[in-house]
Design a protein around this ligand. Structure first.
Ligand SMILES: NC(=O)C1=CN([C@@H]2O[C@H](COP(=O)(O)OP(=O)(O)OC[C@H]3O[C@@H](n4cnc5c(N)ncnc54)[C@H](OP(=O)(O)O)[C@@H]3O)[C@@H](O)[C@H]2O)C=CC1
Ligand SMILES: Cc1cn([C@H]2C[C@H](O)[C@@H](COP(=O)(O)OP(=O)(O)O[C@H]3O[C@@H](C)C(=O)[C@@H](O)[C@H]3O)O2)c(=O)[nH]c1=O
Length: 286
């Protein structure tokens, strides 16, 4: 299979690149300099010159707070660029895997969210990501929208790296305990995406799938585990959302139910603390 990865220099793209060595598939990794997915003609030209079976779109506008002011840029990348990819996939019969987020939910649930649960994003990032989902899900292509949450990796910028940096700089850190979700190691998601690509169930039509690591945490629990596993001597204090004002509102509860991916694709999902330990071990190797 020939697989094109877009947005390949980000966290998830880098994890896919790390796995590609052991894969029997042939990969082309592109980021904005090689293939700008805002440019519909450039994508058409690219797939004309390179035979592609599957596109994995890892490009996104992921700066949640900045998106509140930068609405048009966020919409261009999170939504309109997905429509560009869908058009090319329609023309050339290419499959598309696109990644979305738990921030499409408003956070008022109390029970892990299934794929059919109603969405109601409360910020620009979540709204534009939902628009991107709709372009794929309303199309006739074969593809999947995989929603994930609280992604981190040894590559790129993320909460784990921020906490490790702040924890080394400060003796004490206030972290929100009333927003609940599930951390997800991008390496686990990357492996899952490759399993889905070659699975017979990824055959025709579009699917919406939830994937995160197993378990539940608040940002406070996540930060405390990061300090403990990384051996950083910083006291993490639980604070409420109102005590950490941010430009974008975030959902209070966005834990996702993963029954579908486990049943349909036979995916085994690691517990978030085990994956966090693996990621921090890997960071120590660098
Ligand atoms: N990060 C998270 O916590 C979560 C992420 N997700 C979703 O998972 C996916 C992967 O996220 P993640 O790996 O963290 O994302 P990153 O922000 O790490 O990576 C996105 C990549 O896309 C690149 N990019 C920007 N503009 C373009 C363009 N026009 N054409 C091609 N590439 C471009 C970025 O380049 P540059 O850096 O130069 O802008 C960057 O390398 C995204 O869809 C995201 O919405 C879902 C849940 C949680
Ligand atoms: C740095 C910091 C953050 N926080 C809080 C703020 C926020 O509610 C929470 C997470 O902070 P961040 O801004 O790092 O994370 P955020 O950018 O909201 O992370 C989200 O990114 C997008 C891309 C997604 O798709 C989501 O799944 C999710 O991962 O932690 C503290 O309480 N104390 C702190 O010192």
């Amino acid at each position: 299979m020939n697989i094109l990865v877009t947005g390949a220099n980000g966290q998830l793209g880098s994890e896919l690149r790390a796995l590609s060595d052991q894969s029997s598939h042939s990969f082309i990794f592109t980021d904005v300099n090689e293939l700008d997915i805002l440019n519909a003609d450039a994508i058409q030209e690219f797939v004309k010159n390179n035979p592609i079976d599957v596109i994995i779109n890892c490009a996104a506008y992921t700066a949640v707070d900045k998106a509140e002011e930068d609405v048009e840029t966020a919409r261009a990348l999170n939504a309109l660029a997905v429509s560009n990819l869908v058009s090319v996939c329609e023309d050339k019969n290419i499959k598309l895997i696109h990644i979305s987020t738990d921030y499409v939910f408003d956070g008022h649930n109390f029970k892990p969210l299934e794929e059919h649960c109603p969405v109601a994003p409360i910020g620009v990032y979540g709204k534009t990501k939902r628009e991107g989902e709709e372009y794929l899900l309303n199309s006739k292509i074969t593809g999947a929208v995989i929603r994930t949450s609280w992604l981190y990796s040894s590559y790129g910028n993320n909460f784990v790296k921020s906490m490790m940096r702040l924890g080394r700089e400060k003796n004490e850190l206030g972290v929100i305990f009333d927003q609940i979700g599930t951390p997800t190691y991008a390496a686990d998601l990357a492996q899952t995406i490759l399993t889905i690509c070659q699975h017979p169930s990824f055959g025709c039509g579009s699917k919406l799938i939830h994937y995160s690591n197993e378990g539940v945490a608040s940002w406070y629990d996540f930060a405390s585990a990061i300090m403990e596993i990384a051996g950083i001597d910083c006291c993490v204090k639980p604070i409420e959302t109102k005590d950490y004002p941010t430009p974008a509102a975030r959902p209070y509860y966005s834990v996702m139910n993963k029954a579908l991916i486990k049943e349909e694709f036979g995916i085994e999902i690691p517990y978030w603390r085990d994956s966090l330990r693996k990621c921090i071990e890997r960071m120590k190797e660098f």
